[in-house]
Design a protein around this ligand. Structure first.
Ligand SMILES: Nc1ncnc2c1ncn2[C@@H]1O[C@H](COP(=O)(O)OP(=O)(O)O)[C@@H](O)[C@H]1O
Ligand SMILES: [Mg+2]
Length: 359
């Protein structure tokens, strides 16, 4: 469990009293609660304060004020040594992997293990070398990279480098994994495989994952809960399904729009393509829906009930947290009253209907 209470962080110059430059308020009054075992996403544009916020969770950045409660302790109140121990329970993964170029894969992962190793004291006690080897193999197995044990980072693809980064972050058996744009330097397919790996680790190890990203598809594909950050503040947060099915803020809607094809209709309208040129007995509408009432079933029912033709131009359906969410762009054709009744009927079924254009 991670709880941030009233966290603020301002960056000031070296000598703030003399500086003419005002400080940068990177994080402002943030309150956030992340449940154990969740995959929690923080999304925002570049400069929103996401990296600063995530670095506050392990006190790589010390907030100016507030509480950082991790596993029941306020990290702000710990001594240097206590903080060092608490940090071992928090792993971190970076956008550019941050591997030692002069060490092999095994050497990169062994580094934090060697640092923490203590002999177990028994006569049959394992040597440092054995303990490290075993653990490195175990970690590489977890990330599916055993065959690269002796390779150097320059011999790995981006996705493989990130697997090493993840294995290294897991070396000390952390209960929390912080990922700062962990897939942003990767092509979409590789990014997806890293996200799948994170999801699997979350499920197998029960590790809580915090993901910082500027890409809504990352949030959509693996997060349970998410927060939207803008100018240092959290402007919206909740379960990912709720955020997608009922976004409150314009910035959230804009992020969601990047993951859906439905907004292509706005371009088509602007271009006035023949596809959507309407006759006087037609209207163009967007049907959006979430949850059990998928529109396709309703469309066939409506065409039986009402004397209206429903012509689907295109649609977009997604499954978020195992529930369908999506929409259709439809041309309705019929008498004005019949079309109005049809639209009201859909609204009554919980479908959001927006009339985009009348014929
Ligand atoms: N060490 C620092 N010193 C001064 N300003 C910083 C520092 N780190 C971040 N900032 C500033 O804080 C703001 C938030 O940055 P950051 O947390 O990196 O945002 P994001 O990760 O969302 O792109 C930016 O304006 C950035 O320039
Ligand atoms: Mg950042």
């Amino acid at each position: 469990m991670i709880e941030l209470k009233n966290i603020s962080k301002t960056f000031r110059g070296k000598n703030p009293a003399k500086s003419l430059v005002p400080g940068v308020h990177a994080v402002r009054n943030v309150n956030l609660s992340i449940k154990e075992g969740d995959i929690f996403g923080v999304i925002g544009f570049s400069g929103a304060g996401k990296s600063t916020l995530v670095r506050c969770i392990n006190l790589l950045e010390r907030p100016d004020e507030g509480e950082v409660i991790v596993n029941g302790e306020d990290l702000m109140k710990l001594s240097g040594n206590e903080l060092r121990l608490a940090r071992k329970k928090i792993g971190m993964v970076f956008q550019h992997f941050n591997l030692f170029r002069s060490r092999t894969v095994a050497g990169n992962i062994a580094f934090p293990i060697k640092h923490d190793w203590q002999p177990d004291g028994s006569a049959s006690g394992r040597t440092l070398r054995q303990a490290v080897e075993e653990r490195v193999t175990e970690l590489l197995d977890m990330v599916g990279l055993v065959d690269k044990t002796n390779a150097y980072p320059s011999q790995l693809s981006g996705g493989q480098k990130q697997r090493v980064g993840i294995a290294r972050a897991l070396a000390s058996n952390p209960s929390i994994l912080l990922c700062d744009e962990a897939t942003s330097a990767l092509d979409p397919q590789t990014a997806q495989s890293i996200l799948a790996l994170l999801k699997e680790l979350n499920r197998k190890l029960g590790i809580t994952i915090v993901i910082i990203t500027h890409e809504m598809r990352v949030i959509k594909s693996i997060c349970g809960h998410a927060a939207v950050m803008e100018s240092g503040k959290i402007v919206e947060q909740g379960s990912v399904f709720d955020i997608f099915s009922n976004p409150e803020k314009q910035i959230t809607r804009d992020f969601i729009a990047t993951t859906s094809h439905l907004n292509k209709i706005n371009d088509l309208l602007a271009e006035d393509t023949p596809l959507i040129r309407l006759g006087s007995n037609q209207v163009l509408a967007r049907f959006s829906y979430s949850g059990p009432n998928t529109v396709d079933a309703l469309i066939s029912t409506a065409s039986l009930y009402f004397n209206v033709k429903l012509n689907i131009i295109f649609g977009d359906l997604d499954i978020i947290q195992e529930k369908p969410i999506g929409g259709l762009i439809v041309i309705l054709e019929g008498e004005k009253d019949a079309m109005e009744q049809t639209i009201e009927w859909f609204r009554g079924k919980g479908v959001l209907v927006e009339v985009l254009k009348h014929g």
